[in-house]
Design a protein around this ligand. Structure first.
Ligand code: HAM
Length: 411
């Protein structure tokens, strides 16, 4: 038997309904804030992703050559593609641009619970606004989307300027190593790495920085920075809007393009793969041939959100009507089923050429009501409506039957 590729998943109808209902809650938050949906290709020129991050990233991607010899990659994330699209299509549009997307990404990772090779992100990008309020807005939207989705999470906000200030004297490759250790909270490896670089004291300063819970305290380690006023303003806006967060100046983010504010959210009830959102301010446009436009954004790991929500994400079951009929009732049953559907009610007819009794038995397993149309109903013009949960049964005209089922659904 053929199986699906490693790290991918199939979704059955119940699961798809749950996913769509959470997706729509996120979309609705985006809409209220003015973020409009965009869509980019599933694959891009490989260069789009290696330009900023270097060839090293190829090991983590699905890379292939097409029949024309072009080097392509399945997108591992969507921010770079959105900025490429902005430069291609919307460079002259009035700023800021508020865009969002819901799409799948591909990373060649070791699969485990919450970590897949194909996964979905709900993302938001704010392009062309360079201000404390822009930074704050993105964090507010992030927090509101997760809250509206129903997840319980901790939001952590940091700023790269503080860490960068401490490691400014290191070579770029060494800075990258240090950031990677901090990102993964590998403090022992951090100490070893910095000792080997001849900077043992730096490890302690960095670890102290990670442990700071206020900006003031953090600035005593780094000294005052040109960015501190903007950070203060951003945090003041978050407080005014009522966003719940804590500060963490150890956030380094895995991707290379971030420049200032960075933030991550962690679900309360997940294990190792508990990061459900990541984002920050970044600059990418200049790399792709555009002007150096400031942007900020985030992406929610949609699949992790679904794992965190578990059963609570199941939408309320809709009311289902099984249309049960004899051969002579079929024409009338088709009219009746059309009337139910026109009223927005899910109605299903037998397709298995079963007898009335077998149709009713099937309906009692799959539906809430049966509408029976036999010889008598065809002649009288009424329908028999049976509530399959209570067994109650009555003869009604079609409009009354639709009203009764509709009222049940509204309860
Ligand atoms: P990221 O942190 O690499 O950021 O990914 C965002 C989220 O996607 C993660 O926090 C995680 O929840 C989820 N995620 C990542 N890898 C996997 C995986 N293998 N399986 C399941 N979920 C995963 C970005 O991608 C940036 N583009 C975010 C951004 C947008 N920054 C600015 N704008």
């Amino acid at each position: 038997m053929l199986q699906k590729p490693r790290g991918t998943r199939d979704f059955l109808p119940d699961e798809m309904e749950a996913r769509r209902s959470v997706e729509w809650r996120m979309r609705e938050v985006g809409r209220r804030w003015g973020y409009r949906e965009v869509c980019t290709p599933e694959f891009e020129d490989l260069e789009l992703f290696t330009m900023r991050s270097g060839e090293g990233i190829i090991g983590e991607m699905y890379v292939f050559e097409d029949k024309g010899g072009r080097k392509l990659a399945l997108r591992p994330e969507i921010t770079a593609a959105v900025i490429r699209m902005y430069i291609n299509e919307a460079k002259v549009a009035p700023k800021p641009l508020r865009w969002c997307y819901f799409a799948d990404c591909f990373r060649y990772e070791r699969p485990q619970k919450g970590r897949y090779r194909q996964f979905w992100q709900f993302g938001v990008e704010l392009i062309g606004a360079d201000s404390a309020m822009a930074d704050a807005e993105i964090i507010m939207v992030a927090s509101e989307m997760l809250t509206t989705a129903g997840v319980r999470f901790d939001l952590k906000v940091g700023h790269l300027a503080l860490m960068r200030n401490l490691i400014a004297d290191l070579e770029p490759a060494d800075q990258r190593k240090v950031r990677a250790h901090l990102d993964k909270r590998e403090f022992d490896s951090l100490r070893e790495t910095l000792a080997a670089m001849g900077k043992p004291d730096l490890a302690q300063s960095l670890i102290s920085l990670v442990e700071c819970r206020t900006l003031k305290e953090a600035l005593t380690i780094t000294g005052d920075l040109p960015e501190s006023k903007r950070i203060e303003q951003t945090l003041a806006a978050l407080d005014a809007y009522g966003v719940q967060y804590s500060l963490n100046f150890g956030i380094a983010r895995g991707l290379d393009y971030y420049t200032g504010i960075v933030f991550e959210a962690f679900a309360d009830n997940l294990g190792a793969e508990n990061q459900i959102l990541g984002g920050g301010t970044y600059r990418l446009a200049h790399l792709f041939g555009g002007d150096d436009v400031a942007s900020c954004g985030f992406a929610i790991g949609f699949d992790r959100v679904m794992v965190s929500l578990g059963e609570s994400s199941r939408p309320r079951q809709e009311t289902i009507v099984g249309i049960v009929c004899t051969d002579e009732g079929r024409a009338r049953a088709l009219e009746v089923s059309r009337a139910f559907r026109s009223a927005g009610i899910r109605a299903e007819m037998d397709l298995m050429e079963r007898g009335l009794g077998a149709q009713l038995a099937h309906a009692s397993k799959t539906a809430d009501f049966a509408v029976v149309i036999g010889k008598r109903e065809t002649e009288s013009g009424e329908v028999t409506l049976k509530n399959l949960k209570t067994g109650e049964q009555k003869s009604l005209d079609l409009a009354a039957a639709i009203a009764e089922v509709g009222a049940h659904g509204a309860r």
